[in-house]
Structure formats: C-alpha cells, structure tokens
Design a protein. Structure first.
Length: 457
C-alpha cells in the first residue's frame, strides 16, 4: 500500500512538473503569474544583499552606522547595498526602486544587469534613471516579444500612436511631435507593412490628414483609401502630388508669418514660430505623408525620368527640412536607402530622425538605418531571425536604441478602422484632386422578407 502511495505521489509530481514546463513554453504569461513571480520574489528577498555584494554594488558603511552596529550587536560590519524600495509585481515582471549609495551612479547598476538577471532567475533586467540618486529596476519575467500583448494603459494622445511593444514590456509610442520624420527599413516579409498598418490604424482615429505615396500600384495603401486624403500610386502621380504638399507648406508658413506681425503689447503666448502656437480655430490640421518603397521614386531609365526624380527628391528634402514647423511629417519606408539610389538620398536620410530597422538581407542595409546614429545597434538588427516577423530595432539621433515588435493587425481590421473613421479626415482643398476612390461597402443581402398575413378569426 505504501508503495502505491509513493508511486502515486511521484506520478503527481511528474505531472505537475510537466504541466509547468508546458505552461512556461506555451503560456508564459500565465506561468509567470502563478509560478515565476513568487519564485523570483523569494530569490530576490533571500539573496538581495549577497547579490549586490557580488556585483560590486555595495559601499562601506558610514562611521555612524559602523559604530551603531558595534555598539548594539557583535556582528561584523559589512558593506551596505543600495536601499531597496517596495517590490511591485506586474503582469510581465517586477519593478523596484533603488536609492544609490554616495559615490554610485546608474551606469554601475546597468553594468550589472546581466548578473542580476541570472541571480534572480528572470528573462531580463533593465535600469531606468528616475531622479538623482534613484534608479528603477524593471525585471521582465519572460520573452514578451515572442507573443506580443500591448499594455492596457499606453501614453497615447494627439500624434502619439502606441505602435509596438519594447523588449522591456513598455509600449513604443510613435510621437510625431518629438520625432517628426522616420525611416523604416526591412526586407520582404520582415514586418514593415505591419508596422505601417498599425500606424495608419492608430492615426485614423485622430483629426490628421493622411497622405500616401505607394508606387506598387497602391497595393499596400489602397485598402485604407476611405481615410486617405490623397494617394499617389506611381511616380508620375507622386511628381504631381509633392509640389502640392510643398505649396501647402509654404501657405502654412505665410499663415505663421502673418501671426507674427507682432504689435506692441502682444502677450508672449500669442507669439509663435510653428503651427502649434496658433489658436486652435486657426491651426491647420497636421499632415502625415506615408511613402512605401521609397526606392521606386529614385529609380530612372531615361533622361526625362532623371529630371523628374531630381525634382521629387528636392521636394522631399524641403518637406523633411521645413515640414515640422508647418505640421507636416514624413514616414519613409523601403528595403534599402543609401547613396546608391542616387543624388539626394543621403541628404534626405539625414533629415529622418527616427529609425526602425526590421530584418534586412545584409549588414550594409542595417548600417544605412542605424550606423550613423547607434553603431552598436547594427549587430542587433543583423541578428533578427526570419521566424520573427515584426521584430525590429528602433533608434533615434540621441543614440539610444531598443528592440520592439509590432502586434498583429489583420488587413481587414485596419481597413475597417479606416472606413469607420473616414468622416474624421480633415478637408484640405488643395488635395481634393488626389483623393482616392473608395468603393462603397457592399450591403449584405438578407433572406426573403416575410409578407404579413391578415389576422382572421
């Protein structure tokens, strides 16, 4: 009987271990909430002081503290770790704040992040500077980029779109006010179109003028036609659309300049140098220009096409240099974008502050996107596997970079969002000639209507 009980207990233990292993692989979020979280908290609490000492994050105690320890106990006076704040569990990991000891800096803690990850049994540890003397540790329990689930609360707002998930489980927000123009590179099936789809769906619900240039005959942007104010589907149409956008930009500058006719006694808050300083009833709606496969605008076969290309590139450079103050922003997408495209390509790329690099086919393409702003991010971009579409490395001219992944949004859902928000498209008379045709939504036929019969007694 005892042997039967023992075998039953062993079988139950093996089943529990197998179930936990399966949950960890198939449902990492559920595994973290039930098993990983309590285990990691126990490890952190039990080994905090020794781990900090092993990582070199402890300092000698003050003389007053040393004297107090000697006077009250007979224990050996040990180095002091950073003071730990309250542990705050999250759905993806843990957060806690550390008050640094005198002489320490956030870089000291960041240098030990990999050691802390192994010591506490978590997927990754990230360090964020909160204020002088205080840093926040964000412990991520599992690989959040394997199956993207956007946070419930995101910092959305006007011209701010939560478009992807960072590797530290926070949302990557595309903020056009902070980063006016962006370059998105990626090979075929790398997830570049999904990134564009999320951006369009997010901006569709805002009073923003959406303009598209899609030289693949419109196959990428045509599904969003109900929400687009203008769409060019070949280089010839793009050559006609870009001068109109430049003219619109110049008109907005005239509006700003007229507002700057500063009279004596004008309040300081009424003096502006961009459209965002204008009164709300006078402020024109912002314009976001999406360019898919930008290389198609540079490729030429004849002398006449070369002249047209030079004009378009000049207009794009003007929009990139001067468009921010006029409320015009660029989102440029392509597979490669370097000097080999022709005159003006490098100059245009230099104006694109934000960089998003999906999986590319060679290291040179990654250097085109990230080499001039964050050279160490090139290696991370080259390591993106083909089995992870939507994974990308994002950076900007500040030198910072991180890995992100875009959540999946079907083309039908994104197109439906654009149809439902078509009424939000601001009216721009100059772009009326380029407004794409949006076919009406077919009405589903219902079954035969029953004919009411008279009531008889």
């Amino acid at each position: 009987m005892a042997d039967l009980v023992t075998w039953a207990e062993l079988g139950g233990s093996l089943a529990a271990i197998g179930g936990a292993a399966y949950a960890r692989h198939a449902h990492p979020a559920a595994y973290w909430s039930t098993v990983g979280l309590p285990v990691s908290v126990a490890r952190l609490l039990a080994s905090y002081s020794s781990t900090m000492d092993a990582c070199g994050l402890t300092v000698e105690p003050s003389r007053l503290r040393a004297l107090a320890v000697k006077a009250t106990t007979r224990r050996e006076v040990r180095p002091v770790p950073p003071r730990r704040g309250m542990i705050r569990p999250t759905s993806t990991g843990l957060r806690l704040r550390l008050r640094l000891a005198p002489g320490q800096e956030p870089a000291d803690v960041a240098a030990s992040a990999e050691r802390l990850r192994h010591a506490w049994g978590v997927h990754a540890v990230y360090v964020r500077d909160v204020k002088p003397g205080v840093v926040e540790l964000r412990l991520v329990g599992y690989d959040v980029l394997r199956k993207v689930r956007m946070p419930r609360r995101t910092d959305a707002g006007p011209l701010r779109v939560p478009v992807a998930l960072r590797e530290d489980a926070t949302a990557f927000v595309r903020d056009y006010r902070a980063v006016p123009h962006e370059l998105v590179l990626g090979a075929t099936l790398s997830g570049k179109s999904m990134y564009l789809r999320n951006l369009l769906a997010g901006l569709a619900a805002q009073p923003v003028v959406l303009v598209g240039i899609d030289c693949k005959r419109g196959v990428e942007l045509s599904p969003f036609a109900p929400r687009l104010s203008a769409l060019a589907t070949d280089p010839e149409q793009a050559a006609e659309l870009l001068p109109v956008l430049v003219k619109e930009m110049e008109g907005r500058y005239d509006l700003i300049k007229a507002r700057q006719g500063i009279a004596p006694g004008t309040p300081a808050e009424e003096i502006t140098s961009d459209v965002w300083g204008l009164p709300e009833d006078e402020r024109p709606a912002p314009i976001v220009l999406f360019i898919d496969e930008v290389a198609e605008l540079f490729l030429v076969a004849t002398k006449k096409e070369e002249e047209r290309r030079d004009e378009m590139v000049t207009q794009l450079i003007r929009l990139a240099q001067l468009g921010r103050a006029a409320g015009i922003y660029l989102e440029v997408c392509g597979q490669r974008f370097g000097a080999e495209l022709g005159k003006g390509a490098t100059m245009l790329r230099a104006q694109l502050t934000g960089r998003v690099c999906h999986r590319v086919n060679d290291e040179a393409s990654a250097k085109m996107a990230l080499g001039d702003i964050a050279p160490e991010a090139v290696t991370a971009a080259c390591a993106i596997a083909a089995e992870l579409p939507g994974l990308a490395v994002v950076g900007d001219t500040s030198g910072g970079w991180s890995r992100i992944r875009t959540p999946y949004v079907s083309l039908a859902d994104a197109a439906a969002t654009c149809r439902d928000t078509a009424h939000l498209a601001p009216d721009v008379p100059a772009l009326a000639a380029f407004r794409p045709y949006a076919p009406p939504v077919p009405v589903k036929e219902s079954g035969p209507v029953a004919t009411p019969q008279p009531v008889t007694e």
